[in-house]
Design a protein around this ligand. Structure first.
Ligand code: PRX
Length: 650
């Protein structure tokens, strides 16, 4: 345990359950044993080069695998390729044009199926439409769409002609969209009239209009008809997607792009401050996402039906809905709406209907399903599933077990994948046929990736709590922050010399397994002990009545900070505050016992589902709330404030 002087994070929780890869799974797995790790350890650059040569088609081979001028990397330098060719043309040329690429389901229940040949046709036409609007290689195009196939079409069409896309999640406001358009100086905006959410049409075009009014760079707006809601079209500037497509030729040869050509910008806001335009380029990124999608998800493209529940507006949607799966020729489900429309079993009805075999979702979703109860998945035949994935936050061990038992039927390995918008692709994860997992641990860096947990002084540690760093360049890494190289250096490369600092706490257990401990900004300091939010939350979630928990450190005269917990119960469950506080003390120690526990039906989350602990700190310390624009549901915090006020009057 840490001494008072130490700034390292305490290691409080021990989790010893182990899950070796199931025998039936191993029979047909792509990677059993350690051969990929062994090869990568020998020479990681050559290892990545082999992946690039095997998994990606190049027009011109590269001269240099990696040029590393810390902190700036270039991969496969001199190589030329086209990402949309890799995701589409080559599958059609190989005779797989009839393979289903996208099995799309709209929220109201309408469906569309696009084969690889159809998707290619659509992308070629739309690439020509973009050209007709003056889009050229090197331009930026903004995309603000619901979860409809046109989102993938638009991204691939940009890639085909060498324009960089900047996708903005459809739930963001007009102001957020305008800020991102302005930062990127985008020329064209692609949006829709509206999309479906919770049974209603949410309008996008009016927000897009408001955003464009606050920008100077947009010359044209393309509007996909989806919601059927009334919209106003500005003549000369606005064009219906279907009108452009009806006049467009499907002949649009993929142009070879430089390996380091900008493929996309994706803005990430972090917790505060001006959003950062994270830059991803072509050859290295495609290699990284194709390789990880194949091996982490053990993809058998001719058999599997893959489903990632993310939105294309997040990096998970970029890397593991669009680029990785399509480059691998996968068949995937894409779903437009929310998980509880028309009822709480919608996700499981989709798994049953399409016989999904690989399912990739976020811990926040899993904990929500826990809250809704096991009756929901039990209504459906989920026997098609053979592999489950998790991403976005630490998955609490009990949520992992719940997922494994109630969704995976005890037979599916779980890959807990740690990565970031900045890393481009998965960095730390089990390989499902090779790695013995422990619930809640992302296990080990994947072959080709080098991670170290360091102490406050930046020295590597082999056991206990510290900070996650990456020590070698990797192909999918961000190439910088758009327009701000200094911020790139300061944010990621200045905390620990020569190492990329991810901003996450992490610990290594006695077997060398990695456990993510949450963002370091959230670490609590109680009587000189640095306690991770993740461990206390996991202790709370291990109580059979608890579905979800968020803890924060609030100022305390005695202990510096005191732990305040916000807890959501599983459907129908009850428990009292003292029992829960004692439960935490029993699980991980008295030092981590929350001072107060508030029960709440919901927790404040960002639009991508991460718990906003900063807001909970404001509530706990009775402060006025700062910026709440990234909050998904504004009413949650008001309710928590009311409860906090009630509690203090108790
Ligand atoms: O804190 C880590 C958490 O999500 C952060 C990255 O967020 P974002 O850029 O939005 O990308 C999310 C999708 C990749 C990380 O710094 N995170 C992501 N995956 C995990 C995780 N924390 C623990 N375990 C994970 N598997």
């Amino acid at each position: 345990m840490a001494t008072d002087a130490s700034r390292d994070i305490d290691d409080l929780m021990a989790e010893n359950r182990k899950f070796p890869p199931p025998k039936d799974f191993v029979k047909n797995t792509l990677v059993a044993g350690t051969f990929l790790y062994d090869e990568a350890n020998e020479d990681y650059e050559s290892f990545w080069a082999r992946q690039a040569a095997e998994l990606v088609s190049w027009d011109t081979p590269w001269d240099t695998i990696c040029e590393w001028n810390l902190p700036f990397a270039k991969w496969f330098v001199g190589g030329k390729l086209n990402v949309s060719y890799n995701c589409l043309d080559r599958h059609v040329l190989a005779g797989n044009g009839d393979r289903k690429a996208i099995l799309w389901e709209g929220e109201p229940g309408d469906t569309r199926v696009l084969t690889y040949a159809e998707l290619l046709d659509e992308v070629c036409k739309f690439a020509n439409a973009l050209k007709s609007l003056g889009v050229e290689r090197g331009d930026r195009v903004n995309i603000y769409l619901p979860m409809i196939p046109e989102a993938a079409v638009a991204m691939l069409a940009c890639a085909r002609i060498g324009a960089a896309h900047s996708v903005v999640f459809g739930g963001f406001s007009a102001q957020a969209l305008a800020d991102r358009i302005n930062d990127a100086s985008a020329k064209v905006l692609i949006t829709a009239d509206g999309g479906y959410r919770r049974g209603e049409v949410f309008p996008l075009k009016p927000q897009a209009d408001e955003a464009v009014a606050n920008t100077t760079s947009i010359e044209h707006v393309v509007v996909v008809k989806r919601g059927g809601n009334a919209v106003s079209m500005t003549p000369g500037r606005d064009h219906w997607y279907h009108d452009l497509m009806s006049g467009a030729s499907n002949d649009c040869p993929a142009e070879p792009m430089d390996s380091e050509q900008l493929l996309f910008l994706l803005y990430t806001s972090g917790t505060t401050g001006k959003p950062k335009g994270i830059m991803h380029t072509t050859g290295g990124y495609l290699t990284h996402v194709t390789y990880t999608h194949k091996y982490v998800f053990d993809l058998h493209p001719e058999k599997d039906v893959y489903w990632c529940t993310a939105d294309v507006g997040w990096v998970t949607g970029h890397s593991y809905i669009v680029y990785g799966p399509l480059a691998n020729g996968a068949t995937q489900v894409m779903y437009e709406g929310v998980p509880n429309f028309p009822a709480n079993d919608r996700i499981w009805s989709i798994v049953e209907k399409y016989k999904v075999s690989i399912f990739y979702t976020a811990p926040t979703a899993i904990r929500t399903y826990m809250k809704w109860g096991i009756e929901e998945p039990a209504k459906h035949d989920l026997s098609s599933l053979r592999l489950l994935g998790s991403v976005g936050e630490p998955i609490n061990p009990e949520a992992w077990i719940w997922y494994q038992e109630n969704i995976g039927g005890g037979r599916c390995p779980i890959v807990d994948t740690w990565w970031q918008t900045e890393t481009g692709g998965i960095m730390i994860s089990p390989l499902p046929g090779a790695t013995t997992t422990k619930p809640g641990s992302a296990t080990f860096p994947i072959p080709g990736v080098h991670a170290e947990v360091v102490n406050d002084a930046g020295e590597p540690i082999t056991h206990g709590g510290g900070y996650l760093t990456l020590t070698h360049p990797w192909p999918g890494m961000l190439r910088g922050i758009w327009g701000d190289p200094q911020r790139y250096k300061d944010t990621y490369w200045s905390t620990y010399e020569g190492k990329y600092f991810a901003g996450d706490g992490a610990k290594l257990d006695a077997d060398g397994y990695l456990w993510l401990l949450g963002r370091v900004d959230d670490v609590m300091n109680v009587s000189g002990h640095r306690i991770s939010t993740t461990e206390v939350e996991s202790a709370l979630v291990s109580h059979p009545s608890v579905a979800e928990a968020a803890v924060v450190g609030a100022k305390d005269d005695q202990t510096g900070q005191a732990i305040i917990a916000y807890v959501t119960l599983r459907g129908g469950a009850t428990v009292d505050e003292t029992d829960l506080r004692n439960h935490v003390a029993k699980e991980i120690g008295a030092i981590a016992k929350p001072k107060a526990v508030y029960f709440t039906p919901d927790l404040p989350k960002t639009r991508s589902g991460k718990i906003m602990r900063r807001l909970l700190r404001d509530v706990a310390e009775g402060r006025n709330l700062g910026d709440t624009t990234t909050l998904a549901d504004q009413s949650v915090v008001a309710e928590l404030q009311a409860r906090a006020a009630d509690h203090s009057e108790d």
